[in-house]
Design a protein around this ligand. Structure first.
Ligand code: SF4
Length: 473
């Protein structure tokens, strides 16, 4: 039944293949010889199959686990350097017709305040986000064909791109909306979105159907095949993810990698990003009611093994996780984080809204401001990057992946990260953050080995200092 190239979800995410993979991983979790050979394969930085990666995830040999963590760290450095891309979620509407049992926006929740932003309210949100320094957003809406039709999402994207407040601009809008048709994906592509993001929640079909008892999202195959339709609609950057805590994490891990293998086999390009959210407390949702929660050590191991299995795929962590947890996984593989996030509808423009708390999709664990997050990253030697150049230069899909697989992306990304950081420091940072940032830029510039790139970067940084904006390689 397992067929990586099949168009049918139950064939490319074949349940039996996952069970066989888990049995194989379990049988080999202390097989030093096999584990060593997989680690050697991983060192080639070409990725691993779901079977091999599952053995590493299951590995119970302490010294080999240390090697796995060390390798993940090295691969992260090789492909992404020390830059971390910044973004913020923007919730447009929490109207939803689905019955997801882990999300407070589910239709039966009658006491949560329902809200849908008008274009004027979106404008206010975007100005507030621009004034923080954000350049990259992830749009979020519930699924509701009446309240949040595709036309509303398209109009909102247009509004967002049109707002230029002071030196601010949103340069990349990623979209996280419910599974839809090829035609709608084509419209999103035409609207100039960056990545289309859709979390699978769980790859386990039986659990999926129980967790989504009502609404269009109940259809496992339609949901699981959404990325295929998105790619058919011309979107070549897609972002996958599962909600850890719903099912057994090893099952999700294998499913996630099989999904990536499927997209690569059919479209020649795997997911642009993988998100690793964990189930969190929210309004009427108690995470303890779900049996499959994972601890921080397991979470770190998952991040490390994904990093090794798909080295060229970005990895995203949100403010669902606290500072300590984010700190640990940043080194192991995370390449994008959110900062200063509000997970309520209309939460940025007016944080004092009375019903602010009750429209949140989940409780934010990392409540620091963007300035604090930026400073914290720099103090740890990371470069916070507000860069969106690849997407705007057409380096998406397989063009991006080719650069990334050849480790060439560093030649573009490193100077671009420094230039966008400089913009942030000039326009939005506190004096303390700016001082740390200026010193970091100077130090990082010395690492650029190509004299021509270095010269152009220096020139551009000087222009940014004088007030020019939006340089990119
Ligand atoms: S997860 Fe999405 S589809 Fe499900 S209830 Fe929440 S907003 Fe609706």
């Amino acid at each position: 039944m397992y067929n990586v190239k099949s168009k049918h979800a139950e064939e490319f995410i074949d349940h039996q293949e996952i069970l066989d993979t888990l049995a194989y991983a379990d049988a080999n979790k202390t097989n030093a010889e096999l584990i060593d050979s997989i680690i050697e394969k991983a060192k080639l930085r070409k990725g691993l199959s779901h079977r091999d990666a599952s053995v590493l995830l299951a590995c119970e040999l302490h010294d080999r686990n240390e090697e796995i963590f060390a390798l993940a760290k090295r691969i992260k450095e090789d492909f992404y350097g020390n830059r971390i891309v910044m973004f913020a979620p923007l919730y447009l509407s929490n109207y939803c017709v689905n019955g997801c049992t882990y999300c407070p926006y589910h239709m039966k929740n009658k006491h949560i305040a329902r809200k849908k932003l008008t274009q004027e309210e979106i404008r206010n949100e975007v100005i507030a986000l621009q004034d923080m320094g954000h350049k990259r957003l992830a749009l979020e809406t519930g699924e509701d064909p009446v309240n949040n039709p595709i036309e509303y999402v398209l109009e909102s994207i247009k509004t967002i791109y049109s707002i230029k407040h002071k030196n601010g601009a949103i340069r990349r809008v990623n979209v996280n909306i419910a599974a839809t048709t090829v035609e709608n994906y084509r419209k999103l592509k035409e609207a100039g979105i960056g990545t289309y993001i859709l979390f699978q929640e769980t790859y386990h079909k039986e659990s999926y159907e129980k967790l989504h008892p009502t609404g269009p999202k109940h259809d496992y195959c339609y949901h699981t095949e959404a990325m295929d339709r998105a790619m058919e609609g011309g979107i070549d950057d897609v972002g996958c993810g599962v909600l850890f805590g719903l099912e057994l994490y090893r099952y999700e891990f294998a499913g996630l990698l099989m999904h990536a293998e499927h997209l690569e086999a059919v479209f020649g390009v795997g997911p642009h990003t993988i998100s690793v959210p964990r189930l969190k407390r929210a309004d009427d949702i108690d995470p303890d009611a779900f049996d499959n929660g994972i601890d921080d050590d397991t979470f770190a191991k998952i991040v490390a093994c994904i990093r090794i299995a798909v080295p060229y795929t970005g990895m995203i962590i949100s403010t669902r996780e606290n500072q300590k947890c984010r700190e640990r996984v940043l080194e192991l593989g995370i390449s994008q984080i959110s900062g200063g996030s509000k997970t309520s509808v209309g939460g940025y423009a007016d944080g004092t809204l009375e019903d602010d708390d009750v429209t949140e999709q989940f409780d934010v664990s990392d409540t620091r401001t963007l300035d604090q997050v930026v400073r914290w990253l720099m103090e740890r030697g990371f470069i916070p990057s507000f860069c969106t150049a690849c997407y705007r230069e057409g380096r998406t899909g397989d063009r991006f992946m080719t650069l990334c697989k050849n480790q060439q992306i560093l030649n573009c990304c490193h100077p671009n990260a420094l230039m966008t950081l400089k913009e942030y420091l000039m326009d939005y940072a506190s004096p303390e953050t700016r001082a740390i940032g200026e010193a970091l830029i100077e130090k990082e510039l010395e690492k650029v080995t190509n004299p021509k790139v270095k010269e152009i970067a220096r020139r551009n940084l000087a222009e940014i200092e004088k007030g020019s904006r939006d340089f990119r390689f």
